[in-house]
Write a protein that binds this ligand. Sequence first.
Ligand SMILES: [Zn+2]
Length: 572
Amino acid sequence: MQNEIVINASAGETRVAIFERGNFVELHLERESERSVAGNVVKGRVTRVLPGMQAAFVDIGLEKAAFLYAGDYRQESGPSDIDIDEEEETPRPQRRRGRNDGGRSVPKIESLLREGEEIVVQVAKEPIGTKGARITSHVSIPGRHLVLTPWSKRVGVSRRIEGERERRRLRELVSRLRPPDLGFIIRTAGDAAREQDLAADVKYLTEVWDEIQIKQETARAPQVLYTEPALPLRVIRDFVTGDTSRVVVDSAVVYDEMKAFVHRFVAEPQPRIERYQGDVPIFDSFGIEAQIDANLGRKVWLRSGGYLIIDQSEALTAIDINTGRYVGKHDLEETVLRTNLEAVKEVVQQLRFRTIGGLIIIDFIDMDSSENREKVYRALQDAIRHDKARTNILKISELGLVEMTRKRTRESLVQRLCEPCTYCEGKGYVLSRESVAHKILREIRKDLSRFCGRRVAVRVSRSVAELLLGRLKNSLEALEQELGFAIEVRAQADLHQEQFEVFALESGPPVPLDLPWLRQTAEETEVERTGNGHVSATPSTPPGTDLSPDNGAVDDGAKSTILPHPEREEGF
Ligand SMILES: [Zn+2]
């Protein structure tokens, strides 16, 4: 499919946007601090052999020893069954678990390895939490059309390439091009590849393997021998095809690297690589930044005015489809059908863009007609056919629910780019300002006896202050009556809505205040009063933030000021 690739490479982070027919369909990113160790080829040292588990621990230079099953360690030939999982970021032959091999064909671990031995392995699975990395000796190095499998002497073809003739053509070509001692698998991307494409791949992969061999001879374990190329080069490997109109990159360094890589390893006609040098950041210039933001939110608008709500939880993703405005009874079913059909396309695109995997429940708008339900269901099946990830859709229910699964290939974009909101701790909600205001009033009332006649101040967020001094003024005043004092409300701009602080303003002996003025409305523009109580010094507050007798005064006869609010409240 015709595509265009835009790369933003800056210190520590590289982002790649892929456009298909002008649509922004995928975002990939790589951060230096989070570089994966999966795919690394490492010279490691066996630290423990575990006959009971038919496995071994191998030190590969990571914090935790890596785990190697007997079945993943073969010195002779590899598994005869060759398949490639094309959805993986780095395709590799499927491995059988050592323990599930039945133990018949797999030699005992203690006969294969001894402690202290140095072996060359590849990281198959990244360490997760307390689990160490999973490793294998079945090294596989992906190229553009081929995967090098040096442990096997065979030439395999991805099962997803159909057509016996094409399979035979590819197999014969690669058998002729390869060094006789190296095995290769033709990736799905190799379908219809020309001889020069395959030759370029064989050359590249053979060079990589030679480098590994040279390093391996001199290296002392643990030592990394090969790492997956950085994202821009993987982009050339995995996304650039004959249909790629151009690759645009903003970094001069990355531009040079890509040029050099293409020059060495990509057969003519080579993809067009351009350097972007505009003043506007490249992702802004292409309108990508705004689209990323729009595609992270819960709500996604449809052109018709309807919208999707996408909720991702650990167990599943729920997508709820809604008609935007009230559409009226007339033609309702027709409108609903149209919205549902429009939603189908957007859902499929969102699944891909957000790289959502696992169980997905789509809640279409109810349709009375079973015929229409069927239409929506078929549209979904059609749309998902182009999805490279493996999917499985179950029937649509009478309530318009569709259950489907999508293979998880990498972390979802939201997981990648976001973390739970510290405000609401991932709940997705915060207490409303009303709830917070009433909670504060309850707190003060609860502590009335503790305040024993002292003046009380509350520090609250702006929105809550606005409410306490505005709509909830009567409640606040009623409490002031009970307390016998004014309650000073201090707005603090940087305070979170749910946060507040209640404190007594003075520690001295309580002195009763004459409070008739409090009952007057605060609408008076500016009223000066003379308080007759002793008021001790209090923490300074910016002028205009309180609704209490002037607390900056220290003497008897201090001036009290009632300020109009909320207009005069700072920042309101
Ligand atoms: Zn939140």
